[in-house]
Design a protein around this ligand. Structure first.
Ligand SMILES: *[C@@H]1O[C@H](CO)[C@@H](O)[C@H](O)[C@H]1NC(C)=O
Ligand SMILES: *[C@@H]1O[C@H](CO)[C@@H](O)[C@H](O)[C@H]1NC(C)=O
Length: 419
């Protein structure tokens, strides 16, 4: 199913990343950004300049890069911060797989320097794997197609959950000790893929997944507050228009989407405006500060097929199902005029949920609704973060993410893997 093309060990010349204030690229307040070059409040953050493997390497951690070829020809880039015991005396060697959400990449789990989830897990002894699903900028290759081919982008969440994930899991297990089980941690849409995979392949999941950790779970999202819900009913119309105009790549590829973000970094007022706009989607009361914005815009958008965006819109309409095509295509693909539902009650993998009351994208009500719909055997726990400031993005970029989410989560996982 999956073949490993090559394993590259990574090396870099450490560039002039350290040094004087002339290298400052982040500041703690919008005001400070006016004098960033000559301002001792500001500092240099690797995350605003580099992508995942470089960040891992420059912070002094080991990194390996794997290329996973799916059965439909996508070449996915997976990063690993290996923990085989040689460089970390606390090594537990359990593989942990981190799956990012919509229009993000694995950089999401590396945004907080040494307090990032990936490094907190590594320090705790876990063998950390970071996936990038098809169409994100690290995973834009295919054996036959290029990003200029519309077919490259005709891919939905089903393909990520049911083709990409099993291929990646197979690669992880082939590099782990015999009988290892994977601890899966997803953020936002990264949780949706887990739920879809677990519903479709409950037996396989039970065998190879130790637990699912769902940060900001996205199951049905009828209670979404974010204005994305306003657009949700028009998803099919948008897709048709994009296809007719042959704009698939322009609206999907990270490079193109990134151009839209350039103005956001032009001046401190524009930075503030862009973040306020974004936070309408994630929740306006954020814990992260202006210092993370250059990191954020370096990493997002990560690229994604517009069909995946439309599939996500279906969640907002309350449907947790395979991609819903036009009826005649559904009949060809599924044998039914409407797409079949994913039944999460089939999942028997222990599932642990963390959500926040200030999250406008994956709100409290929907997190609780998911937990109720899980099989009793799968309900490992649900934790609410109930603070005045902590939104959807704070789970990966918040100033207190480590203290509020990661450190307590390590305790939960340590307990779960105890022999
Ligand atoms: C930098 O700031 C210091 C102190 O605020 C000031 O004395 C100096 O002239 C500034 N240099 C430049 C190049 O603006
Ligand atoms: C790639 O193209 C070759 C030659 O046309 C074909 O045999 C093969 O099935 C294609 N692979 C995929 C994954 O589409």
């Amino acid at each position: 199913m999956a073949a490993i093309l090559l394993i590259l060990t990574f090396w870099f010349c450490i560039s002039n990343v350290l040094g004087g204030t002339e290298n400052n690229n982040v500041c703690p307040t919008f005001e400070d950004y006016y004098t960033i070059k000559n301002n001792s409040n500001c500092w240099y953050d690797l995350g605003a300049d580099y992508v995942a493997p470089e960040i891992i390497h420059l912070l002094g951690y080991p990194v390996k890069i794997y290329k996973v070829v799916t059965k439909d020809g996508y070449i996915l880039t997976v990063y690993r911060i290996p923990n085989d015991g040689s460089s970390n005396p606390h090594a537990k060697k359990h593989p942990v797989y981190l799956q990012h959400g919509l229009v993000a990449t694995s950089n999401n789990f590396l945004a907080l320097q040494r307090d990032s989830l990936a490094f907190v897990l590594w320090e705790a002894g876990y063998d950390v794997w970071l996936g990038n699903y098809r169409g994100t900028f690290p995973s834009e290759q295919h054996v036959n197609l290029t990003t200029n081919d519309p077919e490259f982008w005709s891919t939905s969440m089903d393909d990520v959950a049911l083709i990409d994930l099993p291929a990646i899991f197979h690669t992880i297990l082939s590099h782990s000790e015999p009988d290892s089980q994977i601890i899966y941690i997803g953020h936002s849409l990264g949780t949706t893929f887990a739920l879809m995979y677990g519903s479709e392949f409950p037996e396989e999941a039970k065998e190879i997944i130790k637990m699912f950790v769902l940060l900001c779970p996205a199951y049905t999202l009828n209670n979404m507050i974010s204005p994305y819900k306003v657009f949700a009913p028009y998803g099919n119309w948008v897709i048709d228009t994009v296809r007719e105009l042959r704009l698939e790549r322009i609206v999907s590829e990270a490079k193109e989407l990134g151009r839209l973000m350039v103005p956001c970094m032009e001046s401190p007022p524009l930075m503030r405006l862009c973040m306020q706009f974004y936070n309408l989607f994630y929740g306006p009361k954020a814990d992260f500060g202006p210092e993370i914005i250059p990191v954020y815009f370096r990493q997002l958008p990560g690229g994604t097929s517009i069909q995946i965006l439309n599939h996500a819109a279906d969640l907002v309409l309350g449907n947790f199902r395979k991609y819903n095509y036009l009826p005649h295509i559904n009949i060809q693909k599924y044998g039914t005029p409407i797409a079949p539902l994913f039944d999460v009650s089939k999942i028997e993998v222990p599932t642990y949920i963390v959500y926040s009351t200030q999250d406008w994208a994956t709100p409290e009500k929907d997190a609780n609704h998911l937990y109720r719909n899980l099989n009793e055997k799968a309900r490992y726990g649900i934790r609410k973060i109930d603070l005045p400031y902590f939104n959807h993005i704070d789970f990966v970029m918040g100033r207190h993410a480590r203290q509020l989410v990661y450190d307590p989560l390590i305790r939960v996982i340590n307990q779960a893997v105890k022999p």
